[in-house]
Design a binder for this molecule. Structure first.
Ligand code: GRF
Length: 202
């Protein structure tokens, strides 16, 4: 079975969805590690409850990004991590990091990329008056919210929804789609062809 690590900075509801999918047998993987750059993040409590090892890499404890990423890489190596899963990780990984792990780092974003990039994607779609938004899972490259798309799922924004309702529906969709995308990766069904991802038949 393959080893996976989640990198998160906040709430960790996607971490939870992945841990739950494993527990239910829907996702076959060893969730070996949660890495957080935020010592206060709620995802750390979720990890403790799920009995997943946690590593706090507080950026303030390191002299620079290189040093910070080196510690993360050491951890990933010592746990023999096959797939790095970004789930609300609020730091941009360097080009050197991406070069080392290209095709083995995935991210989830709460919009249909390439629209509404950035940390406020759900609010931006809401404020814009979009009628449809959705969720994207993609391989990570050097740019923010960018890289070959693995899965996308649209969501119709209903007339009269509040921002909170839109957020809730987007997050529910994320929790379904992320384990599905991870499972495709772990089954070896994703083939990177240039900037496109082909999903192979089972
Ligand atoms: C999610 O909306 C994800 O798409 C974005 O950050 C949020 C993280 O939420 N990248 P959580 O910490 O998993 O609850």
């Amino acid at each position: 079975m393959k080893n996976i690590a989640v990198l998160a900075s906040g709430n960790g509801s996607n971490f939870q969805a992945i841990a739950d999918a494993i527990k239910k047998g829907k996702l076959k993987a060893h969730l070996k590690l949660l890495i957080s750059d935020n010592p206060e993040a709620y995802c750390l409590q979720r990890a403790a409850k799920a009995k997943v090892k946690a590593f706090i890499a507080d950026r303030r404890d390191f002299s620079g990004r290189k040093d910070f990423e080196e510690q993360i890489i050491l951890k990933l190596r010592s746990e023999k991590i096959d797939l790095i899963i970004l789930a609300g990780f609020m730091r941009l990984l360097s080009g050197e990091f991406i070069k080392k792990y290209r095709g083995r780092v995935v991210n989830i974003h709460p919009s249909l990329l390439p629209v509404f990039k950035g940390a406020q994607a759900i609010k931006d779609a809401f404020d814009y008056g979009a009628k449809v938004s959705g969720v994207t899972v993609h391989f990570v490259d050097e740019e923010m919210d960018h890289g070959p798309i693995i899965l996308q799922e649209p969501l119709k924004i209903k007339e009269g929804w509040s921002l909170e309702e839109l957020e809730k529906n987007i997050h529910n969709l994320e929790h379904k789609i992320y384990p599905r995308a991870i499972s495709l990766f772990l089954k070896g069904r994703l083939r990177l062809e240039g900037r496109k991802v082909r999903i192979l038949k089972p």
